[in-house]
Design a binder for this molecule. Structure first.
Ligand SMILES: Nc1nc2c(c(=O)[nH]1)N[C@H]1C(S)=C(S)[C@@H](COP(=O)(O)OP(=O)(O)OC[C@H]3O[C@@H](n4cnc5c(N)ncnc54)[C@H](O)[C@@H]3O)O[C@H]1N2
Ligand code: MOO
Length: 402
């Protein structure tokens, strides 16, 4: 049986860059740029008035002039109108082009206007250029602003907009089939019979993967082998990048998936990982450019934790190959934990940041890997190594977000 680290390495080794697609800018929020965007103009593109007030030539003010006749007003969105002379001011609004001939802005708060004249009320002249956001102060035309591979955060999206990109080339979402299996499972809208339960795993996996860049399609297949075979054949041929199955990978007589996947040409990369929960996990790749296939154990806690530990990082690595998959963030155990089996323990926890900025992880009482409601208080899980059994309060371990 392989270790968590080895299983993770084998999963990540199958991550591949996804092809680009073109999207309208607003639809591209959160996506990964597949092209580089450069500044088409200086930032800002003109000397920009940064405060409402009057624009003057600093030399006149520094020379002792404090009262300036107002020649005109320069509003944002109007073409530049020069000062008619060195001892004259223009009223200016934030965002306007600085009138040529002026180099400094004095705020309305610091002047008194009467009879079309502005008297400056501050004792000593400010420095030249004050309250002006000078052309190219931030970036120059031609500067590379957003390299390919950049995530379109709100700030990045604003930069793309300002350089005039109504459409952008971005990495397309990974197409992911999330397939639950099992005859005991009925639709969420159904009233289950006493021996049935409603399907929940697929929704958990969808909610985990969609924000990480997956276009998720949900399926359900029964345990009946011919029907399962036909359904899986169709899903494997449908152009998905990944197929995420939940259930039917353990040792039961209806746990057909490992055998069936092999029969359908999906090469097994591993089956069983040295971890709890999630030991029966299966992973393979369909030869000839087909999807990767994750067979996640069906117990709800196992499904969600293994999806967070393996599938989501795989997705992120496909989208941003240069950045790679994000690693865990350490957190400090708030209470001692004992775990005897020689398995890595994926321990659901609630993280709180204490007054010193330390991330403290409080174990959440989960009754077992079937205790779906037990996960409600957890926002992460610690990965405690298989080699140890006693984990003292105050020790730090890798934490993966849920
Ligand atoms: N003899 C052994 N039995 C089991 C072993 C083992 O090593 N030897 N491993 C156990 C572990 S650990 C797990 S985890 C489960 C995993 O089994 P499967 O992946 O085959 O999952 P199922 O048997 O199909 O289902 C397990 C459990 O989860 C419920 N389930 C399944 N899918 C969903 C869903 N979409 N929504 C909600 N609940 C779901 C299902 O009803 C079962 O109760 O095997 C142990 N057995
Ligand atoms: O993945 Mo199983 O819990 O170890 O239920």
């Amino acid at each position: 049986m392989i270790s968590v680290a080895e299983a993770y390495a084998r999963v990540l080794a199958t991550a591949h860059p996804l092809p680009p697609e073109t999207l309208p800018l607003p639809a591209a929020a959160g996506r990964i740029l597949a092209e580089a965007l450069a500044a088409d103009r200086d930032f800002p593109p003109f000397d920009r008035v940064a405060m409402d007030g009057i624009a003057v030539a600093h030399a006149a003010w520094a020379g002792g002039q404090t009262v300036f006749p107002i020649a005109h007003a320069q509003f944002a969105g109007a073409p530049a109108r020069p000062l008619p002379g060195p001892g004259v001011a223009a009223e200016v609004m934030t965002g306007a082009v600085l009138p040529p001939g002026a180099d400094t802005v004095v705020r309305y708060e610091d002047i008194t206007i009467a009879n079309q004249q502005a008297a400056i009320n501050i004792a000593a002249p400010a420095r030249a250029g004050v309250n002006v956001h000078a052309q190219a102060a931030d970036r120059r035309r031609g500067d590379l602003l957003l390299p390919a591979g950049t995530r379109l955060t709100p700030a990045a999206l604003a930069v793309a907009a300002t350089v005039g990109a109504p459409e952008v080339h971005v990495t397309r979402l990974a197409r992911v089939a999330v397939v639950s299996t099992g005859d005991e499972l009925v639709d969420v809208a159904a009233t289950p019979l006493p021996h049935q339960i409603r399907r929940s795993n697929a929704y958990a996996v969808q909610a985990l993967l969609a924000p990480a860049g997956a276009d998720v399609h949900l399926f359900h297949l029964p345990d009946d082998l011919p029907t399962l075979r036909q359904g899986l054949t169709n899903i494997l041929a449908a152009g998905f990048d990944a197929v995420v199955l939940s259930g039917a990978v353990s040792k039961g007589r209806a746990d057909h998936l490992p055998g069936l996947l092999r029969e359908l040409g999906v090469e097994e990369i591993f089956h069983e990982v040295n971890q709890r929960p999630g030991k029966p996990m299966w992973f393979g790749v369909r030869a000839g450019g087909g999807p990767v296939v994750f067979g996640l154990p069906g117990n709800p806690v196992s499904t969600l934790l293994t999806a967070a530990r393996y599938v989501r990082p795989w997705l992120l690595a496909c989208q941003q190959p240069a950045a790679g998959a994000p690693g865990p963030t350490p957190a400090v155990l708030a209470a001692p934990v004992q775990f005897r089996p020689a398995l890595a323990h994926l321990l659901p926890v609630q993280i709180a940041v204490d007054a010193l900025g330390v991330r403290r992880a409080t174990p959440v009482a989960v009754g077992g890997s079937g205790d779906l409601a037990g996960l409600l208080g957890a926002d992460a899980f610690l990965e405690l190594p298989a080699e140890l059994t006693d984990f003292a309060a105050g020790t730090a371990w890798p934490a993966w977000p849920l």
